[in-house]
Design a protein. Structure first.
Length: 472
C-alpha cells in the first residue's frame, strides 16, 4: 500500500463520502455485509440445532461431536440425557462468548505479526469458509471454529482502521463511528429478512449459503477500497519513552471498574438471550401472526434491530432535550435507568407466558413487541453508555487494557445466557422469564448503590484532577 492513502487524504480535507474520507464508505459497507453474514448465521443457529442438526440421523454425522459432547458435559455439568435444547443452548453460549473473546487475540496478531489489513483479509476468508462449511453436517464444529477465529481477526481491526482515517484533532472521528455503526445495524436488520427467511422457509443451508455470499461481498468491498485505507503502522514498534504512571486514585478507579463487570454481565442477560432461548420459546410458544400474516421466527431479530436503531437515535434526542431543563444523569445514572427498564421488558414476556398458560393459548406477539420496545430503551441507556464510561474513566496508563476488560462482560454474559437457556424446558416459561427479570433487577439495585457511594470516584472532575503526568 502506498503512502497516498485515506489517512493522508483526510488531513488534506478528503470529504468524498458524506463529508468524510472515501475510505469510510468502503469500511462501512464492508462491515455492513460482514454483520449481515454474522447475524444471518446466528439468527438461524439455535433453531437449526434444535430442529435438525442435533437430531438423528444428522447428529451422528458431525465429525468429533461425541468427544465434544463429552467435554461439554464435563465442563457445564450437562447430564447424559440432556435434551436437544439444553445442548444447543450450551453450544450457543460457548460460541457467542468466544466470539467476544477472540478479538483480543486478533488485535495482538495484527499489531505484532500480520498488520491490520492482512489480518482482516484472513478473518474474512475464515468467516466465509465457516458459513459455507455449515452446509455439511460433518463440518459443523469446524465451521464454528472458523467463524470464531475469523470474527476475532475481523471485528476489532476494521473498527480500528476507521479511527486511522483521521488525523489527531479531527472532530469528524466521532461522527464517523456513528456512520460506521449505522452500517452495522443495516446488516443486522437485513440478515434475518434474507438469510433467516431462506433458512426457515427454503432450507437451512440456503440461509447459511446466503451468509457466506454476504461475507464474500464484504471482502470484495474491502479489497476494492484498500488504497483509500490507512497504512498499517510498523510492526513491533517501540513504546514511547514517555509513559504515564498509575497513581493511587487510578488503582481505586480501576478496582471499581473491575468490580462492575459482573454487574454489567447480569444487566445484559435479557438482551443477549434474544438469540438463544427466546427464539426457541417464540418458535413454539408465540402466535407469530403479525397484522394477519404469520412471520418467520427469525424476523423477531429484525424487529429488535429496527427498534434498537430507532431508540438509539431517540434516546440521544431525549437526553439533549432533557438537559435543557433538568440535570442529565451521569453514566451510572443511565445504567441504572436502563437496567430497571430492562426488568420491565422481560416482565412483559413473563406476563404473556403466564396469561397464555392460564388460557391455554399461545402468547400474543404484542407481548414480544412490548418487550423489544422496552429492551431497546434499556439497550440505548446501557451498552453504549457503559462503553463510554469505561473509555472515559480508564486510567491513562491502562486505557487499552481497560477496554479489553470491558468486553469480558459480554464473554461472561453469553456464557451465562447459554447456561440459563438450558433451564427453558425445566420450568414454566413465565418462571423462566421472571428469573431473568430478577437478575436484571439485582443489577439495577447495584448500579443504584454504586451511583450513591462511588459516583464521585468515577466523576469527570475527580478523574481530571487525578490525571497522572507523563514520566520518562
Amino acid at each position: 500500500m502506498t503512502t497516498t492513502n485515506a489517512a493522508v487524504a483526510a488531513k488534506d480535507g478528503d470529504r468524498a463520502f458524506l463529508g468524510h474520507p472515501k475510505g469510510l464508505g468502503f469500511l462501512a459497507f464492508s462491515e455492513a455485509w460482514e454483520r449481515f453474514s454474522y447475524y444471518g448465521m446466528q439468527s438461524l443457529l439455535v433453531l437449526y440445532m434444535t430442529k435438525t442438526l442435533l437430531l438423528s440421523p444428522h447428529v451422528e454425522q458431525i465429525a468429533g461431536f461425541e468427544a465434544f459432547r463429552s467435554v461439554l458435559g464435563a465442563v457445564y455439568r450437562l447430564p447424559g440425557d440432556a435434551s436437544t435444547q439444553q445442548v444447543a443452548s450450551t453450544i450457543f453460549g460457548l460460541y457467542t462468548s468466544l466470539v467476544y473473546l477472540t478479538p483480543i487475540f486478533g488485535g495482538l496478531l495484527a499489531d505484532q505479526l500480520l498488520g491490520k489489513t492482512r489480518t482482516i483479509i484472513a478473518g474474512a476468508l475464515l468467516m466465509a469458509a465457516g458459513h459455507f462449511l455449515m452446509a455439511f453436517d460433518a463440518s459443523f464444529l469446524l465451521a464454528l471454529l472458523c467463524l470464531i477465529l475469523g470474527t476475532g481477526c475481523f471485528k476489532g481491526n476494521i473498527a480500528a482502521q476507521v479511527g486511522g482515517l483521521y488525523s489527531e484533532g479531527d472532530l469528524r472521528r466521532a461522527d464517523a463511528f456513528q456512520i460506521f455503526y449505522l452500517g452495522i445495524n443495516a446488516g443486522v436488520i437485513a440478515a434475518p429478512l434474507v438469510a433467516g427467511t431462506l433458512g426457515e422457509t427454503v432450507g437451512w443451508h440456503y440461509g447459511f449459503g446466503a451468509a457466506g455470499v454476504g461475507m464474500l461481498i464484504a471482502l470484495v468491498i474491502y479489497l476494492a477500497g484498500r488504497r483509500h485505507l490507512p497504512p498499517d503502522p510498523p510492526l513491533r514498534a517501540k513504546a514511547s519513552s514517555a509513559r504515564p504512571r498509575m497513581r493511587p486514585h487510578d488503582w481505586r478507579t480501576l478496582a471499581v471498574l473491575v468490580a462492575l463487570l459482573p454487574v454489567l454481565t447480569a444487566s445484559v442477560l435479557c438482551n443477549q438471550q434474544i438469540f438463544n432461548a427466546y427464539l426457541v420459546w417464540a418458535d413454539t410458544g408465540v402466535d407469530l401472526t403479525f397484522f394477519g400474516s404469520k412471520v418467520p421466527t427469525t424476523w423477531l431479530i429484525t424487529l429488535d434491530s429496527v427498534v434498537s436503531v430507532s431508540f438509539l437515535f431517540l434516546m440521544v434526542v431525549f437526553w439533549r432535550v432533557w438537559a435543557k431543563r433538568f440535570r442529565e444523569p451521569d453514566e451510572i445514572g443511565k445504567l441504572t435507568i436502563g437496567a430497571f427498564v430492562s426488568v420491565l421488558g422481560v416482565l412483559c414476556l413473563a406476563a404473556g407466558a403466564a396469561l397464555a398458560a392460564a388460557t391455554g393459548t399461545k402468547v400474543s406477539i404484542w407481548w414480544c413487541v412490548a418487550f423489544h420496545v422496552l429492551n431497546s430503551i434499556a439497550f440505548a441507556n446501557m451498552l453504549p453508555v457503559s462503553l463510554a464510561l469505561y473509555a472515559r474513566a480508564a486510567p491513562v496508563a491502562l486505557g487499552g487494557f481497560v477496554i479489553g476488560l470491558y468486553y469480558l462482560h459480554l464473554v461472561a454474559g453469553n456464557q451465562t445466557v447459554g447456561i440459563l437457556g438450558t433451564l427453558l424446558e425445566k420450568m414454566p416459561a413465565a418462571q423462566f422469564w421472571l428469573m431473568h427479570a430478577a437478575i436484571a433487577a439485582a443489577a439495577a439495585v447495584v448500579f443504584l448503590v454504586v451511583g450513591r457511594f462511588f459516583a464521585t470516584l468515577l466523576s469527570h472532575e475527580s478523574l481530571k484532577g487525578a490525571a497522572p503526568p507523563a514520566h520518562a
